[in-house]
Every structure is written in structure tokens, then in C-alpha cells.
Ligand binder design. Structure first.
Ligand code: IFL
Length: 440
């Protein structure tokens, strides 16, 4: 407890001292890519980031949001050295139970301006703390409505909730139909234009002039289909990434554009496909995600029996993607990874020994390779739970409950890092400091 109090006091001091007011962006305030690395304000820029999908929701002025909490979360993250957030921009209203509600888009062309202003508030507060944000504009998964909901609108097919059907292969194969549906693509581009060309209602600044946006991201974890995607499906996916990224660049010359891909695990384990999808000049850097338990490498009911396998495969995954980035001469960001609490348990009272061990392995590879000059630009752990707490005995989110790092398709507490997880927070701070100290 003593350690926690000391940590929090130190954290608050750093955040209070470090606050800066939003100022007009100078040209070199934008994150750019030079020689396979990020540069900002004339210096190497490494990301020690968090996933914070609900940041815009917390920013809403109505009862959906909690601005006081949002400001405290940002202060606490900044005090840990977290300098980047990965945030959801929009959500689509759906009947699916495991999706967040309310949604920013209630039907094609109908947008909830009050909720969208939450993203404005978030961006205004991020600017005061000089952090940067990756903003994703769609979701391959159902927890924000996403591509399956677009298909419901424009194809009339039911939005598929794989939490209910339990059939992920069919879900992925059908959801990839989104890339081929012309009407869905038109509405998706309308939404992109609405966000990218938006003028922040809090600061009065156009988003396209906001140097605190690191990149626009096409979607969370877009996949070409399932593990058996056909050559045609792969070609459609590559073309979609190129064209949508090009469209975003045509609207906004200042910001980077990224895909949101998981890497090989989200590319039917086809390295050529992953390279082809990220080769285009319209994609400025590569992304990848690492999920040992989701991918069956780690069994949290048999941690000692599966640990070596999980860590061996994770190391290979981390390193091999850095080699792929080298081939394309672009930076790469590990923008999601996580492991569950000991037990396994969703309870905030459960220890996080295994997670911390896993985080250290991941951080160590990233910091070591970044230190050597390899094109790994940093990480976003999944996900910041902060002050949020699960309200229900079964850990499932219901409207009105706190938002945490785990979206509503998973139990709250599965992968979230809470503000009471002192050992994890200290670890994040240790490696954030290491990354920020790298000079080039
Ligand atoms: O919550 C999940 C999220 O949809 C994602 N990737 C994996 C997370 C944890 O399962 O993008």
C-alpha cells in the first residue's frame, strides 16, 4: 500500500508539472516518418502507448461521459510516460448484444453530435498534455457495431455476433464482404470525411491541423476473411487498404495513415499478403498485435505447461515482424498485446504475476531492438482500465457501467490494466522511460 501511495504521489507531481496548454502546431509537431523511424519536433519519437478505445465516450458531456475521470486518467497515464493512445472514433448502432451503446452513428448518415463532441474533448485534453493519438475509423469486430453492422444496413444480412454464434470462421468470411459492398464503402467514406475534416468543437481547430493525431487508422484489426481466405479475397483486401488509405491522404496531407492489422495472425498467416497490404505509399507504417491466449499458444488454466510455448512463439512473432518492416523500409508499432490475470480471474483482486512477466518479455524485445536502431517504433498495451471498475458479478458490461479496457464483447477485467495494478504500472513506466531515452 505504501508503495502505491508513493507511486501515485510521484505520478501526480509529474503530471502537474508537465501540463502544457494547446498551442498552434508548428510543422515539425506532426509525427512524420524518416528512415524507418518516427520523428516529432525534430527528435526520434517512440511510442509508449495504451489502448484507450473509450476515450471519446468518456469525453461526452452527457451522462455517457465522465470528463472528470477522463482528465484524471490522462494525467495518470502521462505520469507513467504513456505518450500515445489508440482510440475508437466511431461506432455503429446495432442489435448485437456484445456491442457498446449508444453508438455515434445511429443509421447511415445519422450521427450523434453530442457523442462525437466527446472525441473533441478528448483531443483538447490530449493536446494539453502533449500526447498523441491513433484514431481508428471502423472495426472488424462486433463490439462497436463495425463492418458486420454496415453489411446489415446495406445488404440486409443479419449483423453476426460471434459471441452468440460461436462461429468465428463464418463471421470473418462474411464480414470481409464489407470491402466489396459499394454502398457500405460509400457510407464508410462519408464517415471518414466527417471525422477527418471535422473542426474540433472545443478548440476550434480542424482535426487535419491537430499535431496530436499520430495517424488515422482504417479499422481495428481488419482481416481479409478467415484463415482460408482465397487469392481473390486477399486481392480485394489489399486494394481496399490502398484505396481507403489514399482517400484519407487526399483529405488530410498532415497525418500518417495506418491499417490496424494484427500482422500475420490477421493475414491468413500469409507474409506476402501482409507485405502487399503495407507496401503501398498510402500506408506509412506497419502495425501488429500479439495475443498468445486468443491464438491458443497459452492456456491460462495450465500456465506452467504452456508458458514456454507461448513465450517462444511470442518472441518469434515480435522479431519476425520487425524483419518484415525492414523489408518495406517502414516503422512498425506493436499496437496491441495482453495476457489475463492469474487464476485466470477477472477480479481486480487477482494478482498479475504472469501478465507482468509477459509484459517484460515484450517490452524487453521492443526496447532492445529499438535501441539498436531497428524500425520498431514502440507499443500500445491492451488496455487501460484505469479507475474503471466492473459493476456486475459476471463481469459483463451493461449500459451505464464504467468503461474499462475490455470492450463489451469480453468480460471486464480480462486484459485491462487498472490503476491499482501497481507492479504493471511500474513496469510500463520503466520501459516508457527507456524508450523515451533513445536518441538517434
Ligand atoms: O478486445 C479485443 C479487441 O477486439 C482487439 N483485439 C484483441 C482484444 C482482446 O481479446 O482488437
Amino acid at each position: 500500500m505504501n508503495k502505491l501511495v508513493k507511486f501515485c504521489a510521484a505520478a501526480l507531481m509529474v503530471s502537474a508539472c508537465g501540463m502544457v496548454e494547446a498551442a498552434p502546431a508548428a510543422n515539425n509537431d506532426f509525427v512524420t516518418v524518416k528512415d524507418s523511424h518516427f520523428v516529432r519536433k525534430g527528435r526520434a519519437y517512440y511510442i509508449a502507448g495504451a489502448n484507450f478505445w473509450y476515450g471519446g465516450y468518456l469525453g461526452a458531456a452527457n451522462s455517457v461521459g465522465d470528463r472528470a475521470r477522463l482528465m484524471k486518467e490522462l494525467d495518470n497515464m502521462r505520469a507513467l510516460g504513456i505518450n500515445n493512445l489508440r482510440v475508437l472514433a466511431v461506432s455503429e448502432k446495432t442489435e448485437m448484444k456484445s456491442a457498446v451503446r449508444p453508438a455515434t452513428t445511429s443509421a447511415p448518415g445519422q450521427y450523434d453530435e453530442e457523442l462525437l463532441a466527446g472525441l473533441d474533448f478528448l483531443m483538447a485534453e490530449v493536446a494539453k498534455r502533449d500526447m498523441t493519438v491513433v484514431i481508428y475509423l471502423n472495426n472488424f469486430w462486433q463490439w462497436s457495431g463495425g463492418m458486420t453492422q454496415y453489411l446489415n444496413w446495406f445488404e440486409g444480412t443479419p449483423a453476426l455476433d460471434p459471441n452468440v454464434t460461436k462461429d468465428y470462421d463464418t463471421y470473418m468470411q462474411k464480414t470481409a464482404g464489407f470491402y466489396r459492398n459499394a454502398a457500405a464503402q460509400t457510407e464508410y467514406r462519408n464517415v471518414i470525411a466527417k471525422i477527418v475534416k471535422r473542426v474540433n468543437t472545443v478548440t476550434g481547430k480542424p482535426y487535419s491541423d491537430d499535431a496530436h493525431i499520430l495517424s488515422w487508422q482504417l479499422a481495428n484489426e481488419p482481416r481479409p476473411g478467415n484463415g482460408k481466405a482465397t487469392p481473390e479475397e486477399k486481392a480485394v483486401y489489399v486494394k481496399w487498404i490502398d484505396e481507403v488509405a489514399g482517400y484519407i491522404h487526399s483529405l488530410d496531407k498532415n497525418h500518417l495513415v495506418s491499417s490496424g492489422s494484427e500482422g500475420l495472425a490477421g493475414s491468413a498467416h500469409d507474409a506476402q499478403l501482409y507485405l502487399d497490404a503495407h507496401r503501398t505509399k498510402n500506408i506509412d507504417y506497419l502495425t501488429y498485435h500479439l495475443w498468445p491466449k486468443n491464438w491458443g499458444w497459452f492456456d491460462s488454466n495450465n500456465p506452467s505447461g504452456s508458458w514456454d510455448n507461448a513465450i517462444g512463439k511470442s518472441r518469434d512473432y515480435l522479431n519476425s515482424h520487425i524483419e518484415l518492416a525492414k523489408k518495406l523500409g517502414k516503422p512498425i508499432v506493436l499496437e496491441e498485446f495482453g495476457l489475463d490475470r492469474d487464476g485466470p480471474s477477472f477480479s481486480i483482486k487477482a494478482s498479475t504475476r504472469l501478465r507482468d512477466r509477459f509484459y517484460r518479455e515484450v517490452f524487453d524485445i521492443i526496447a532492445t531492438r529499438a535501441g539498436k536502431g531497428d524500425p520498431i517504433a514502440g507499443f500500445n498495451f491492451w488496455a487501460w482500465g484505469g479507475m474503471g471498475r466492473a459493476a456486475n458479478a459476471d463481469f459483463w458490461w451493461k449500459p451505464g457501467n464504467d468503461f474499462v479496457g475490455d470492450p463489451p464483447q469480453e468480460e471486464q477485467g480480462l486484459y485491462s490494466v487498472f490503476d491499482s495494478d501497481v507492479s504493471s504500472l511500474l513496469l510500463i513506466k520503466e520501459y516508457a522511460d527507456r524508450l523515451h531515452a533513445i536518441k538517434r
